[in-house]
Design a protein around this ligand. Structure first.
Ligand code: F6P
Length: 525
């Protein structure tokens, strides 16, 4: 089927997407739920291609695999685990069984405990919360706290992730240790960056008049390790190993978000995720938003061969969404072998990158419009902003968002470029100047449009992207839920630490690493 799709892509590569538009295309090549619309009409996908893509998903068994995931099967086969972050937002969806046990009573009890604790903290003298975590224990809550800042009515939340001392130093510098709560967020409670930062924060608090025994909480699967760190069980919020790190913001790892926007806001966020789960499980074929988002992505990456995809939220508060999606998508689907250990026959997931519009327009869009590589763009925008008195800003924002996808679609021909500058140049100089003003156009983009970036909508957007990753993983035949690719660097860093400290020789290292160590030792104080 890949061959059929690739042959089709070659056949239609030069046709104008604009010519595909008839009276129905805009609606036919969009998925609309009660709450948002995903438009993929500005891509080179036609009805026949879509049918083949849907058949690909069918043949891969996406629907069966989806049902297995929701039913608690061990679809994370390399680690022998279920994949059930969906249970964390299953507020009223009935039992979820893992190994014959319904996990929902425990999930809901933990949510209740988080809410009681959040109410207590929000009513206390705590003014600031520092979430110490990295990867999935940082990116989700950090992204969401920023995204939902208009809803914040609790303490200010800060995030420390990097082991670079600059990060924690800059965050703690402005805080009062007596009114700061530190949350140590780590699924494993062994991650070197997080544990190093947690110890530094504990020493800072003790030195600055705070009480680490009372002002630390932990979010982890390991009760033993949180106890060993000195955090009492009543301030430990646990979860199970069937919640992957990059899928964990729906449970205890979301505590900072709950503290910021309150338990009701957090529940609205969960309800948004649950709404997308329901849609994903019920909507058929081309009506299914995560399925179509995934298939459009696979058409661009695995079929057309476009190596990267830009995520371009016209929503300043989604500024951290690209970084969040980088982990979600690239840690999940950046794999070279299938579930069976055999090499993939097609490319793995794309490089995901991006930044909010309109800022990106004044930075990297030049390359998107006129560079030699095609970069499919995913635009997203809210119909309404939160700043009612700044409506004209929002109108401008939306106009820019729509204009960019239109520009990518239409481009500008040589004739049009010539007429733009015909009053300034003539002859050979006119030709030369006009060539610089040509836009190839015919560059694919999609747009996700939603009413307003509130907790419910954000929950839907995040669950939409999670399910897209799932669909892509099933079609590729990979395990989207392990991350062995991060291990080697961790092991080598541990081995290099004494070499850097100067207590072990760099013998056995490659010449480049030895020379770097040598330079380091000669140039540090
Ligand atoms: O190194 C990668 C990783 O394991 C991610 O998958 C995870 O989100 C992150 O590190 C943090 O892990 P933990 O929550 O266990 O500290």
């Amino acid at each position: 089927m890949w061959d059929t799709l690739k042959a089709r892509a070659a056949e239609v590569a030069d046709r104008a997407i604009l010519d595909l538009f008839d009276a129905d295309r805009a609606d036919d090549f969009a998925v609309q739920t009660q709450f948002m619309r995903f438009d993929y009409a500005k891509t080179n996908i036609d009805a026949g291609t879509r049918e083949t893509l849907l058949a690909l998903a069918d043949r891969a068994g996406v629907a069966q695999r989806r049902d297995a995931m929701f039913a608690g099967a061990q679809i994370n086969e390399t680690e022998g685990r279920a994949v059930l972050h969906t249970a964390l937002r299953n507020l009223d969806g009935g039992p979820v069984m893992v190994d014959g046990v319904d996990v929902m009573p425990e999930v809901l009890a933990t949510l209740d405990r988080m809410e009681a604790y959040a109410r207590e903290v929000r009513a206390s003298a705590i003014t600031d919360v520092v979430n110490i975590g990295i990867g999935g224990s940082d990116l989700g809550p950090a992204m969401a706290v920023q995204a939902l800042s208009p809803y914040r009515d609790g303490p200010r939340c800060h995030f420390v992730s990097n082991v670079d001392g600059a990060h924690i130093a800059d965050v703690l510098r402005d805080l009062d240790a007596k009114t700061t709560l530190v949350i140590v967020a780590s699924k494993t409670f062994t991650t070197i960056e997080t544990m190093t930062n947690a110890r530094t924060a504990r020493a800072w608090m003790a030195d600055h008049g705070g009480d680490p025994a009372a002002q630390f909480a932990a979010l982890s699967t390991s009760e033993e390790k949180t106890a060993a760190f000195g955090i009492p069980p009543e301030r430990v919020f646990g979860f199970e190993d069937w919640v992957g790190g990059r899928y964990s913001m729906w449970g205890p790892i979301g505590l900072s978000l709950m503290l910021a926007i309150g338990p009701d806001g957090f529940r609205a966020f969960l309800r948004g995720g649950q709404e997308m789960d329901r849609h994903f499980c019920a909507a058929e074929g081309a009506e299914n938003m995560p399925l179509m988002l995934a298939l459009v992505g696979m058409w661009h990456r695995q079929v057309c061969g476009y190596a990267t995809r830009a995520v371009l939220p016209y929503d300043q508060r989604l500024g951290q969404l690209p970084a969040y999606l980088q982990q979600l998508e690239m840690e999940s689907n950046g794999k070279s072998v299938g579930m069976d250990g055999q090499p993939l026959s097609v490319d793995s997931g794309p490089v995901v990158w991006g930044a909010p519009g309109t800022n990106g327009q004044h930075a990297f869009y030049q390359l998107i419009h006129q560079g030699t590589s095609v970069i499919p763009c995913e635009f997203m925008v809210a119909c309404e902003g939160h700043e009612a008195d700044l409506r004209h800003h929002h109108d401008l924002l939306i106009a820019n968002c729509f204009a960019q996808s239109e520009a990518l679609l239409r481009g500008r021909s040589l004739d049009e470029a010539r007429s733009k500058v015909a009053d300034k140049f003539e002859g050979a100089e006119l030709e030369r100047q006009a060539a610089h003003r040509v836009f190839a156009g015919n560059r694919p983009s999609t747009t996700l449009i939603y009413p307003k970036l509130d907790p419910f909508t954000l929950g839907q957007i995040i669950a939409l992207y999670e399910h897209r990753v799932f669909v892509e993983g099933v079609i590729l035949g990979i395990n989207s839920y392990d991350q062995w690719g991060v291990e080697l660097g961790k092991e080598l860093a541990t081995a290099l630490q004494p070499v850097v400290e100067g207590t072990a020789p760099a013998t056995g290292k490659d010449g480049s690493t030895q020379a770097l160590v040598d330079y380091l030792h000669r140039h540090r104080g």
